[in-house]
Structures are given as structure tokens and as C-alpha cells.
Design a protein around this ligand. Sequence first.
Ligand code: ADP
Ligand code: ZN
Length: 616
Amino acid sequence: MKTTALDILRDTYGYPAFRDSQAAIIDHVSTGGDCLVLMPTGGGKSLCYQIPSLLRPGAGVIVSPLIALMQDQVDALRQLGIRAAFLNSTLSLDDVRRVEALLHRGELDLLYVAPERLLQERTLALLDAVDVALFAIDEAHCVSRWGHDFRPEYLQLDILAQRYPGIPRLACTATADERTRQEILDNLHLRDGHLFISGFDRPNIRYTVVEKDQPRQQLLRFLRREHPGDAGIVYCLSRKKTEETAAYLNDQGIPALPYHAGLGGEVRRKHQERFLREDGLIMTATIAFGMGIDKPDVRFVAHLDLPKSLEAYYQETGRAGRDGLPANAWMCYGLQDVVLLRQMLAQSDADQMHLRREQQGLDTMLGYCEITTCRRQMLLGYFGDELPEPCGNCDTCLEPPETFDGTVPAQKMLSCAIRTGQRFGAQHLINVLRGSEGERIRQWNHDQLPTYGIGMEMSAREWRSVARQLVARGLFAVDPEGYGGLRVTDAARPVLRGDETLQLRRDLLAAKATPDRKARKRRAAALDALSADVAQLDGDTEALFDRLRAKRKELADQQGVPPYVIFHDKTLAAMAVHRPMTSEAMLKIGGVGESKLERYGEAFLGVIGESPIESD
Ligand code: ADP
Ligand code: ZN
């Protein structure tokens, strides 16, 4: 009987059904078609080329720029009983020869190659001589000269169309705007321009933006309340800050490592490896860390600084929760961020067009921070995906922010800026408005102004919130030189004249106390979500889950592979809930295929068997 895609999904991967467009894509490629696949992170792109590679004669060749991940990817496939190998610059010549020999003998299902390695004549000649099932071009957005992940070698991949015209090509990526899509289709000569787009939504990620006050303490509170023992990424703007934040967290007893482009290649490699292999490690990183981080159980992505654009934000937060379990995207944002980024833009010597694009990018990002309606609706809308109803899983949905008529406070602050000559920063304006008696106030005779002391009704903090929103909305422009002096823009005139009113957001100032039970409950809910028939999760199930994790770590360490390569959290959670006692029952757990049952069935059945359910 002929093996079908569904057979492979069930027997090899241990999953019961395809998601969304997976079946259609696999069918299209298996029968020889080209296509571009746009799917969010964690959507399941890899199966779209792995299964056709298993169905078609020859080996599937996967082009990927992520050399550091190839070993883990190959390890994970071997665990499934799939014959996989990679070719890149980390291999010795002997290793390369071994892989080539396997390919020659037809003993490989999948071969991962770095683009520069693929383009070498030696590799191309090798591929000429063997059966190739398909070419998959992963992270295909790297072909775009405009994107920040541009890889020049990707432009040369058009050679695949010329040299292997009959072999199907599949390009895939999680991020590509309209223009990048076209560039990919053109450059890789994907016949018929076939495009598969899945929705961009990541429903398991909860988006939250908090007003920046004492960022480190806020981060610490967030970690202690929501993520004790979890792995995650904390993004910072500067290298220095990644190091300081890591040191701070370590001092607080939370294991963290820094990652930025200034660290040597060896250190970076080591930190990344520890992040992948250890449970519950936090990476404090610049944007140098991230592309293709395949770790499925990153439980949160935190931003201590504002990303430059909504695209960057979505890509970075997308690294959380690839396994589909609940995850947090948490950002801390304040007046200083806006001032700093506006200044950086103003000082930039990039050309006009580029500058305008960056300006728009920042404005959209600020709009996202200040929004008082559903954040997910805005995010998805921005990427051309409509979400008809508010999501119920972002901070503005869960705790709708209050707004108030801010016209008068805005007028006071704007006129105060005009009266003081439009060169002072927010803090000084607030001092004047609140009638403070500082040295600088006297020195400039600002206590003689009509705006002196007209803002006593609001706290300094509330005024900072007003200033931030005026900058974010472009009513204040930031002085590119100096100390963030605020200048009133033309956009502010109608408000000053009283022709327009201004709704402002009232920041939830004092961070609301959330009970410590929350994290436990969240985790329980995650386990619970796996099984409708287990209405309430008891301590026993959670204890078993922890024991299964310990067994997994032990097995992973023995083989020197990351724990998730053995089983995902989701699979262990399902075991804890359903407590399979036989091999047959074990095979029904999502993520347990034949090969893994053979390797690990006994070990995990043993753990489950030793865990009696307490009855009371
Ligand atoms: P992407 O490459 O799109 O980010 P992956 O291919 O790594 O995503 O898949 C994300 C996770 O979802 C993986 O753990 C994968 O095994 C799992 N997965 C993919 N397809 C299915 C499916 N049909 N059923 C269950 N799990 C799936
Ligand atoms: Zn929402």
C-alpha cells in the first residue's frame, strides 16, 4: 500500500491531523509544484517540506542561513527516525565526505545546507549526480535587499531554477511584506507564483505594554509573578544594557546570560547553546539574537526598550510560544524611549526616503503602544489580516484603559513649551507647570511666567504621561541635539486654538498587585487546555509533569541534545493528564510517533507507572 502524507504525519511525527494549509502545500509540492509559504512562527512550516521530501524519491535539500541550528534540527529529525544530515562550514573534511557518501548511496531523506556551501561547485556537482526530491529555501525573506536579514548569497539562489528546472522549489518565511514576497517569487523564479498564506495570528501570545517606571524592578516583578523557572528572552537596545540586565537578574537568583554582537563568536555560540539546552535560562539580548531560534518553549519575550518598528516587534515577540502553549510578550515603555528614538532618527544621515520609512515605522510603533483598543487587532490589521472581534488576550482587552479629555492639560503643556522658548525637556516643563522652586527655574526667571504653577492638579508622573503622549502623537517634536528639548509642531495648533479636542490614555500608574498564584494558574490552565475532560488540574498531575520533565532532561543530557528534541512540553503535559499505561495508549499522545515510542516509551511509561494517583 502506498504511504500517504497523513500516514507519515501519524506514524513518524505522532500528530493526528494537519493544520490549516499544510495538507494543500504538501500535496502541491509532492506533485512537483513550486510555491512560497507564508506562515507565522510555530505554524508548522517545516513539515511542508519534510513530508514531501519523504514522499518523493531522493533527498530534500533545505537551504538555511542558520548554521548554528542545523545540528539540533538534524538531531531532532533523527529522533523521529528520519535520515538527516547537514553540510556547512563547521564540518571537517572527513565529515563532509561522509555526508556526501550517504547522499550518493541514497541513504538520506533530508540534507540541510548553508547557502554559501550550496553555491560551491563541489556541492552543485554532487547534487547533479544524485536524486533531489525538492529544494526548500528557509527564511526566504533573506533575499530582500531592504530587509535587515539580507544575505547576499540568497540572490544567487536563482541558479537552482536554471540548473535544476524540474525539481520543485518551496520558499518559506514568517515575515514578508508585499514587496518582499514579490522579490522572493521573482528571484527564486517560483513557477506560477503560487502563494500560500496562513493568518499571522499567534493566539497563544498575550501582548502587554506597561508604562516604564523602574524598568528593572518591573521586569523582576513580571518574571517572579508570571514566569518562575521559565525560559525567555529580554530584548535591550544596547550591548551594555544586556550585560547589566543579565548581571542584575543573576544577582536576584534568576539565571540569565547576555548576547550581543560585541561578544566573541565562541561566547555567543556557547550562550546560545546553553539557552537551547538548559531549562529555564533567560537570554538578555540585542536584536543580534533571534533569527530562527527554534526553541519551542520560550515562554516570554520582554522588551526593555522600544523596537524600531512594528515588524521588528512582531518578529521578536513571535519567538515566544512556538509550541502553542500560553506565552507572554511584555514591553515596558516610557517617555525616554520616545525621546531617544526620535533623536536617533533626527541625527541619522540616511537619505530622505529611508528616513521617511523609519519615521513611519516609529510612528506606527508608538501608535501601538498608546492604543486603547485591542492590540492584536491593530497588529494583525497592520499585516493585512482582519480580526473581527477584540481578542480577549491582550492587556487592553483584559483591563481596558481609561481615557480622559486631555485637551486642557495638553494646552497647558504646549503653551508652557512656547513660553519657555521651545528648548527645554519634559522634566523642566513639568517643574514649571507644577510651580517647583528649582535652581534652573530661578535662573531662567521661569517663575515669572503665566504658566508657572498652573498644573498643580496633576502629579509629575501624570504630566510625564501627557508629555509622552504628545510626543508619540507628534504634537511635540524632539530637539535632535542636546537634552530632548520639546518643540511645538504644526499638528499641535488646532489643539492649542481649541479647534480640536484630545483624548488621552490614563496610565495605570501603580502597577497592579497580581497574586502570586497567577503563574501557577497559568501553567495549570495550559495543562488543562490539553484536555477538556480534565476539568480541574490537581497537584498530582503537575507533580507528574515535573517528574516527566526531569526524566526528559536526564535522557537529553545522556545524548547531548536539547530536551525538546526528545519531547515537547506539550507532549509531556498530555502524558501527565492522560497517564497512558500501555504503548498503544502512548501512541495516542500528540508528538509520540513510532520511533520515539521505541526509544523512550518504556522510560516514560515507567515514570507514569510509578506515580500513583492519590485518592482522598
Ligand atoms: P515553523 O517552522 O513554522 O516556525 P515548525 O515547523 O517548527 O514551525 O512547527 C512548530 C511546532 O508545531 C513543531 O513543534 C511541530 O512539530 C508542531 N507541528 C507542526 N505541524 C503540526 C501538526 N499538524 N500537528 C501538531 N503539531 C504540529
Ligand atoms: Zn485584545
